[in-house]
Design a protein around this ligand. Sequence first.
Ligand SMILES: NC(=O)c1ccc[n+]([C@@H]2O[C@H](COP(=O)([O-])OP(=O)(O)OC[C@H]3O[C@@H](n4cnc5c(N)ncnc54)[C@H](O)[C@@H]3O)[C@@H](O)[C@H]2O)c1
Length: 341
Amino acid sequence: MATEGESVMSAAHCIERAVVTGAAGFIGSHVVEALLQRGATVLGIDRRSPRDNALAAENLKGVMEHPGFRLVQGDLVTDELKPWVRAADAVFHLAAIPGVRPSWGDGFGEYLACNVLATQRLMDACQSSGVRRLVLASSSSVYGDAVGRGPLREEDATAPLSPYGVTKLAAERLALAYALAPASPTSVVALRYFTVYGPRQRPDMAIGRMLRGILTGEPLQLYGDGHQRRDFTFVTDAVAATVAAATADATAEAVNVGGGDSVSVLDVLRRIADITGAKVPVRDDIHQPGDVQVTEANLTKARELLGYVPSITLTEGIERQWKWLSARSRGPLHDAAAVTA
Ligand SMILES: NC(=O)c1ccc[n+]([C@@H]2O[C@H](COP(=O)([O-])OP(=O)(O)OC[C@H]3O[C@@H](n4cnc5c(N)ncnc54)[C@H](O)[C@@H]3O)[C@@H](O)[C@H]2O)c1
């Protein structure tokens, strides 16, 4: 079994100059850290900057002074992208508007622009600049519901059940289409992340909200009956797969990145009670449109192509996120309201 970060170490040796879009976000900031630790220089691109956004400041505080890191505040939808990607050995495309529920209704235009148009513009810039590899953050949401058909393999049918999932599938297909175009210099590995959690997790996501509920007493809105299952992936595992994807032998591939187990929300609540010694306050709510009952990844391709084996169990991962969160004071930084700030 691979130790944590083992595949990060071997793969990143070949990347000297990396571009990370969405660098100020949850997963992007961890990818930046992993690349810097391995000696790469990293150009981060994000609409948010530590100067004007508290979450970005929190996410990037460990790297802003690093001599190998530079952040540009830019928008992939409108800015000229070629000057940023031109010198890169690999581009890690993490930027997107995440989240299933807000993708219904009026917010969809933003999803369309930031998830689909931005990906097309970035692929165009990479291709015309001769960038050799783009690693794309795709999502388990491209599959729709795995109930009765999991663990899902990459060749299984994609049938997203939310507007967000539709944009992630469109982005994935766009990037792969560019990679498959005749004489394309840019190969693509699209990683279908399954619910990533850990320190600095987005404030709108479940495990962080549960843990914060213990600290603040604010009840968690529990959508549905709690029997819905998720394949939770600890962030350092997701990052190991991401960095390995930059040098994997591939032209145009989609690859699952899961935690190795599909666990119910009620089970997560029980584990949190065991770890923290306190019960998460819960307020029952109805099932939300677009929320699937089950996500569950088959990891055979990830193991074969990326040498990926998840190394952090769910209990260990929650312990680490709890330790991280409880070391920080309560405050506005990790309130859901800060997500869009
Ligand atoms: N967190 C998960 O569990 C999960 C699961 C599946 C897929 N993903 C995908 O992984 C990626 C990262 O997710 P995350 O949870 O870290 O999200 P995040 O919101 O923390 O990070 C995304 C970052 O992208 C930036 N961004 C958005 N639109 C932009 C634009 N037009 N130009 C420049 N920057 C822009 C945001 O400012 C933000 O900092 C996303 O593509 C998401 O769809 C995440």
